[in-house]
Design a protein around this ligand. Structure first.
Ligand code: AMP
Length: 143
């Protein structure tokens, strides 16, 4: 059996967390190293590593909680806006291998940047390359 993730230990009540919301399938708690007041993580209780591993119904549960909590968090900490994101895979910065959505409240003049700041150097893609990428995604998605 693989080692439990730190978030499973929170779900199991074995380590403490500042829980802000719980459903049968999800848990939301404050990030221990907040990027802003109210920085919250929303997780499925079951420890799927990535979005691609997570069953659709559970993904829907997680995003419904994100939808409900975001304005509540903004109001609670008097934030002006919010960034919502997932580090989906180690190369994207994921450290805890248990899917989690970051809800990061933002404040006017807080010195932060937009989500566009997360990637490396922007590629210079011409129209043909963009067309090919769009077609490839459509074909692969097949949905
Ligand atoms: P990521 O890099 O997306 O995997 O982010 C993991 C997040 O989990 C970081 O923002 C950490 O501060 C946070 N974190 C790690 N351990 C705990 C914990 N015990 N309770 C709450 N948040 C945690």
């Amino acid at each position: 059996m693989s080692e439990r993730t730190i978030f499973e230990k929170i779900v199991d009540g074995d380590i403490p967390a500042r829980i802000v919301h719980e459903t049968d399938t999800t848990l939301a708690f404050l990030d221990a190293n907040p990027l802003a007041p109210g920085h919250t993580l929303v997780i499925p209780k079951e420890p799927y590593k990535r979005l691609r591993d997570t069953p659709p119904e559970l993904t829907a549960d997680v995003f419904e909680v994100v939808r409900e909590l975001t304005p509540a968090i903004e109001d609670a900490v008097e934030a002006d806006a919010t960034n919502i994101g997932i580090n989906d895979g180690p190369e994207a910065g994921q450290e805890v291998p248990h899917l989690h959505v970051h809800i990061v409240p933002r404040f006017k003049d807080d010195g932060g940047g937009p989500i566009h700041a997360v990637a490396g150097t922007a590629p210079n893609l011409d129209d043909d390359q963009l067309d090919a990428i769009a077609e490839e995604i459509q074909t692969t998605a097949n949905i």
